[in-house]
Design a protein around this ligand. Structure first.
Ligand code: SF4
Length: 698
């Protein structure tokens, strides 16, 4: 008999709802879920084909243990014994901090919570960090600094009521396809759209304002805009006086960024900068949406703070229909950074270095505060420590650093240097090839739990079929924890059990889920946190009366636009930005196996402006060599007239792309600057350039 189970797409952070159709324990297809918040039943090609993951012929269905250069299938008990024994051995010989956990922002809230608890109470290591560190950490750090809280200030649906929409380094058609109908609706209602991106493409329509800034100059552009707003007399003085602190210092820091200097530094004509300042200053409701373009830089946190300064000066925060927010990348990019799987954080978005926060969480977990390790290393720092031999063992779940880690040749060196590597994944990823033990993971159809959408709405995902490999991820984590001597702290049976514990532990923290109810989540189609016990209906709009800082005000931050640490030179004269393709997801470990998606996007193709192609002597149909200080890769290429001539773009969902990128980090957020890699571009083989043809390459 056919059955339908409501869940949400496992890919991007819009979390479009859908129904999985099952017959017995087999997923046979999907059906639209028209009541789905935001997407109303719509799905992109990734969402439509997501159900095909579950019974894919590449699924790992039995644990694997390494024997020499090979892996052999073993039973679950043996695999969990070997996995746990390796961690225990390392702990005995080198101390608990020689083990680490690398985790993912696609996990449900429940798994994210459990993985953090597992690191602290089962492995007793401070080193646990998610791959969200590489995506949204600059945005999170800046939001906490400016507003006292890291959550979108308004539901994304508010975009249709905005008069001005500024999209900053967010490739909406590729990264968030189901956002586009909302943007179109806003345009039809008269909204003016501004796009701040070195790459234009299909996002930019007639009548939009496109500011094609030079990569690495976000903070300079935002500083110039702030100054221009001030010069034009369009600063919202009442809002600034009543709701903020620090404006004068921020304005002073931006003082040197005259229109002429900003235009020179950013490559954006002065009249466009002035036009955007006027648009923001004269609109009564404006929404600024930023994503990886501004954030994935070694100055990512400063970039976001500079955009926040501009937003505050124009008075577009703490009002319905206005605001500035990040669009998180991964499925649970928001929730996975709230529940304690970050190296600096405990559940409920509490701080691991705050004595009061530690005491609360320790009491709710039934341990002494001293039992909780302190602050650990971030994601990339863990990989660096592995290379040095300081980290000897690692558990990797829902992340594929061998492909997605910056400077991935060095990442692979770190993975190989480990004495013990345990990977939990539904498919044999490139990281699995370095493992001692591979444990089959769950796909979204086998999960029960919750996800938090990019705008802070907690939604429920239901299990459509039992885990194909018999044990699901929660069961695997529990099995490992029991073997590591932490049985009493991992006593649960279902995703709902963990959800209820998570809500209890979060009570009173910045991300308070304590008023959430499992049944009500389904009834209401989701609830925006904070949802404390006395406000179970949640909080769709934040900061309407006061910001989350103790003084109730938003904080300006003086930003000195320093630009990237490494700049193009004669050897590497161009800048490479990596990003998303509409039909692939993250390292491609799931989507590169789906036939319809590989037909649409079979390989990475580097985008080159036609003038740049001619200058580099590229040949139509031939491959090119892109090289950086870190490595080189041969690629197909195509022209993109909507790209700056000094910039290349390539989607990152395939092995080899991150061989090019650098692992130098933003000192505040720990993000790597993958949006700004100096590179060279040459034909891959020595052939006679067909210059005339280059301009017609498609
Ligand atoms: Fe929706 Fe994103 Fe999934 Fe596409 S990938 S269906 S836009 S959640």
């Amino acid at each position: 008999m056919k059955r339908e189970t409501i869940t949400h797409c496992p890919y991007c952070s819009l979390n479009c709802g859908l129904k999985l159709v099952t017959e017995g324990s087999v997923v046979t297809g999907y059906a639209p879920w028209k009541q789905s918040p935001f997407s109303s039943g719509g799905l992109c090609a990734k969402g439509v084909s997501a159900w095909q993951q579950t019974h894919h012929r590449d699924r790992l269905l039995a644990p694997l243990v390494r024997r020499g250069d090979d892996f052999v299938e073993v039973g679950w008990d043996e695999a969990l014994d070997v996995a746990a024994d390796g961690f225990l051995r390392i702990r005995r010989r080198h101390g608990a901090a020689a083990n680490a956990v690398l985790t993912g922002a696609s996990l449900t809230n429940e798994k994210a919570y459990l993985v953090g608890k597992f690191a602290r109470l089962a492995l007793s290591t401070p080193h646990v960090d998610p791959n969200g560190r590489l995506c949204m950490s600059s945005a999170g750090a800046a939001a906490v600094q400016a507003f006292g809280m890291d959550r979108a200030m308004t539901p994304l649906t508010d975009v249709v009521d905005a008069e001005a929409i500024v999209v900053i380094g967010a490739n909406l058609p590729d990264a968030y396809p189901l956002f586009m109908p909302h943007l179109q609706r806003a345009r039809r209602r008269g909204a003016r759209v501004a796009v701040v991106d070195p790459r234009g493409g299909t996002l930019v329509r007639d009548g939009d304002l496109h500011l094609a800034l030079r990569p690495g100059t976000d903070a300079a552009l935002a500083a110039g805009l702030l100054r221009e707003l001030d010069v034009l007399g369009l600063v919202d003085a009442v809002f600034v006086a009543d709701r903020t602190i620090g404006y004068e210092a921020a304005r002073h820091a931006a003082e040197a960024w005259t229109l002429a200097r900003t235009a020179e530094a950013t490559g954006v004509p002065g009249e466009r900068i002035s036009a955007l300042a006027r648009l923001l200053g004269r609109s009564s409701r404006a929404l600024l949406l930023h994503a990886r373009g501004a954030e994935q830089q070694v100055t990512g946190t400063a970039n976001v703070l500079a955009w926040i300064n501009l937003t505050l000066a124009a008075g577009h925060a703490g009002r319905p229909g206005s605001g500035i927010m990040t669009l998180t990348g991964q499925r649970n990019g928001q929730g996975a950074r709230e529940h304690g799987q970050r190296c600096d954080q405990l559940p409920g978005y509490r701080r691991v270095d705050d004595p009061e926060d530690r005491a609360v969480v320790a009491a709710r977990w039934g341990v002494e505060p001293e039992r909780l390790p302190g602050r650990g290393l971030t994601y990339v720092e863990i990989l660096h420590a592995a290379r040095r031999g300081d980290i000897r063992g690692a558990l990797v779940i829902s992340t594929n650093p061998a492909v997605s880690g910056p400077n991935s040749a060095a990442v692979r060196g770190g993975l190989d240097a480990l004495d013990h590597l345990v990977v939990i994944d539904p498919f044999f990823s490139e990281t699995c090839a370095h493992a001692s033990v591979v444990l089959p993971g769950s796909t979204f159809a086998e999960d029960e739990g919750t996800i938090t959408t990019t705008d802070g709405r907690v939604v429920r995902v239901d299990q459509a079929v039992p885990p194909q490999a018999v044990r699901g991820d929660l069961d695997v984590i529990r099995g490992l924890a029991h073997r590591l001597g932490a049985r009493e702290h991992f006593d649960f049976h279902t995703g709902r059990d963990v959800f209820e514990e998570l809500c209890r532990v979060s009570e009173g923290g910045p991300a308070d889920y304590s008023g959430l109810d499992w049944e009500a989540l389904r009834r209401r189609g989701g609830v925006f946190w904070p949802a404390p016990r006395d406000r179970p209906e949640g909080t769709p709009r934040l900061h309407l009366d006061r910001f989350a800082h103790p003084d109730g005000r938003a904080h300006f931050t003086p930003v000195d636009p320093t630009g990237p640490a490494v700049t193009p030179d004669a050897d590497y004269p161009l800048v490479l930005a990596t990003g998303r393709h509409r039909d692939q997801y993250l390292s491609g470990n799931q989507t590169r196996r789906i036939p319809d998606l590989t037909r649409r996007a079979p390989e990475p193709v580097v985008e080159v402006h036609p003038d740049t192609a001619v200058a580099a002597g590229l040949v139509v149909g031939a491959r090119v060599l892109v090289a950086s200080r870190q490595g080189s890769v041969e690629l197909a290429w195509k022209q993109n007239t909507a790209l700056r001539t000094d910039t290349l773009f390539v989607p990152y969902h395939w092995p080899g792309i991150n061989d090019l990128t650098s692992d130098v980090l933003d000192p505040v957020s720990g993000i790597a600057g993958v949006k700004h890699t100096p590179v060279s571009l040459t034909p891959a083989v020595a052939v006679r350039p067909a210059v005339a043809e280059a301009a017609t390459a498609g």
